[in-house]
Design a protein. Sequence first.
Length: 302
Amino acid sequence: MNSPTVAIAGSSGLIGSALVSALRAADHRVLRIVRRAPANADELQWDPEAGAIDLGALAGVDALVNLCGVGIGDRRWSGAFKQSLRDSRITPTEVLSTAVAEVGIPVLINASGVGYYGDTRDRTVDESASMGTDFLAQLAGDWEAATAAAQQAGARVVLARTGIVLTPSGGAMGRLRPLFSLGLGARLGNGRQYMSWISMADEISALLFAISNDTLSGPVNLSGPAPVTNAEFTAALGRTLGRPARLAVPAFAMRAGLGELADGLLSGQRAIPAALEQAGFRFQHSTIGEALAYATARPTPQ
């Protein structure tokens, strides 16, 4: 029996790289969808802006995972950067969704974010909650809507609404750990905004679970079961690193330095993973303390 084949767009990113390794360790064949010339037979070149992708090369693919998208916090939110956030998500998703429909790929796992819900304040939300009204919510909503062709063709489409991914390999912790280690950790604004987080280990396990579990479809929150406020997160990270974090960055200073990006950091989502847990998924890191201990551990030397 042939090993299952999973195609991945966005495979060179933080999550994509880890997912490729996990799939290969599980004896799956991985077909990486790349923009450059292919380096080997396990790569497929595409040009999403031109709508160009080799449908024949996708024949026999069992699932396609779309992780495309410029990082939300990579730069200040200028008008041009906000457009790049949209362009890097929506057009590629439309191309991949159409390919899934035309080739008959049975499963599409499409990245999204818990920002879909807007600022929920202290209200707990699961996948049944409605879309918010801010920029990130509209971005996530349009991103998910771009999977329409695959859904209409009958593919099982999972909209993976991911929270903040905590990993020893970079990402948010790559920015925060040096500051906290120097005693410069600080809560943002009043610190009451909620943060939906997930460890990288659980993120990858949840994606593998979504690929293989036929009962999962539609929106699925990839976030830990116990979201925390920014103040709680700040205190927990300080404890984990042995450097108490007593500072605070005022909201006005954040808005002066970061512009509209600050609004994204000063709002949050108290999202819980109802769909995952109802399907039987079990978290390895179910508390913020466990996730931060994992995310601040030094990688084991090879």
